[in-house]
Design a protein around this ligand. Structure first.
Ligand code: MG
Length: 341
């Protein structure tokens, strides 16, 4: 199998600010994987927080390509090989090839990836739409503008977190989720979440630092709002450690290395009675669609990448009042936007 890679720059519609910084463009990588007449495609959205950037993805791909072999249907063997090459890290590079393999396998068999995995496309969840950090007034305005989306995810971790949530609650009846992106200490988190609770919050994501597992437990024991781990739960090995410390985990292909590892994380989470969310980085419809194929298995989705960028080059998953609608074409079912109707 032959691998190709090219830069994919995605410009955000508006600057995307979270507690630890602001992003204007996502420097992603588009990957192609060809076997005979068939080409699968994948996308890497490297995150500096997890030690990747475009250059590390491009540098990692030849090492992963070296173990691909000739049979794209051996997805288990191949992706297990990816873990031997880079056990932890290089997750976005692995994810791009992993999803390209599933795309190739589905195209070879003439079935969509959700069908390859035995999943019911009607059971997809409704995605949240993310409101990035800004002034409380500006965030409330964006919440009003997002009236097509019944679930909003509010980024916090500022000196004005209570004002932000109050302003958004005054502006909308939407279900509200809050993501602190590791901004608080455990003590701050307990105080803040207890003040946010009256605004009817569905859950809070990653209140404390990634490594502060005892902080997660302390927060969970002292607030009435469910807690979801994101930065603390990256790869399959992390899932069991979350049991008893949080109510659920946020799985991202770009953290864990692709669909195979995401499936392992979902199964492990279920065995520990954890809720499961599927999240994303700033990604086009290509890799968001790959994640969406797994979404019939999860409780919550935050797969709004295509809604946050300008000029999405692909057509794949669509949104019906926020509900994910999977394409029924073979493989990932993603096509270049100019080829779609
Ligand atoms: Mg998060």
């Amino acid at each position: 199998m032959d691998v190709g890679a090219e830069a994919l720059d995605l410009k955000l519609r508006t600057p995307f600010r979270i507690s630890r910084g602001v992003q204007l463009v996502a420097e992603n990588v588009l990957v192609s994987l060809t076997s005979g007449e068939i080409t699968g495609t994948g996308e890497a959205a490297p995150s500096g927080f997890y030690g990747e950037k475009r250059a590390t993805v491009l540098a990692a791909l030849p090492f992963l390509e070296a173990i691909l072999g000739d049979d794209p249907l051996l997805t288990e063997d191949i992706t297990e090989g990816f873990e031997r090459v880079f056990h932890h890290g290089n997750a976005a590079a692995k994810a791009a090839l992993d999803m390209a393999l599933y795309d190739l396998a589905g195209k070879r068999l003439g079935i969509p990836v959700y069908r390859l995995l035995g999943l019911n496309p009607e059971r997809t969840p409704v995605t949240s739409f993310t409101i990035a950090i800004d002034s409380p007034e500006a965030m409330a305005r964006k919440a009003r503008e997002a009236r097509d989306y019944p679930i909003l995810k509010i980024k916090v971790g500022t000196p004005q977190d209570i004002e932000i949530v109050r302003a958004i609650r005054d502006a909308t009846d939407a279900t509200l989720r809050v993501d602190a992106n590791a901004a608080w200490t455990a003590k701050e988190a307990i105080t803040t979440i207890n003040k946010l609770a009256p605004y009817d919050i569905e859950f809070v994501e990653q209140p404390v630092a990634a490594g502060d597992l005892e902080g997660l437990r302390l927060v969970r024991e002292n607030v009435a709002v469910p807690i979801i781990a994101d930065e603390s739960c990256v790869v399959p090995d992390d899932v069991a450690k979350m049991a008893g410390r949080v109510d659920g985990i946020n799985i991202k292909l770009m953290k864990c290395g692709g669909l195979r590892n995401a499936l392992k994380m979902i199964a492990t989470a279920r065995a520990h009675h954890l809720k499961v969310m599927l999240g994303c980085m700033i990604e086009s419809s290509l890799s968001i669609t790959a994640a969406a194929h797994l979404s019939p298995l999860v409780d919550y989705a935050d797969l709004d990448g295509p809604l946050l960028i300008q000029d999405d080059p692909f057509d794949g998953v669509r949104y019906d009042s926020g509900k994910l609608v999977l394409p029924d074409r073979p493989g990932l079912g993603v096509v270049p936007r100019e080829m779609s109707l």
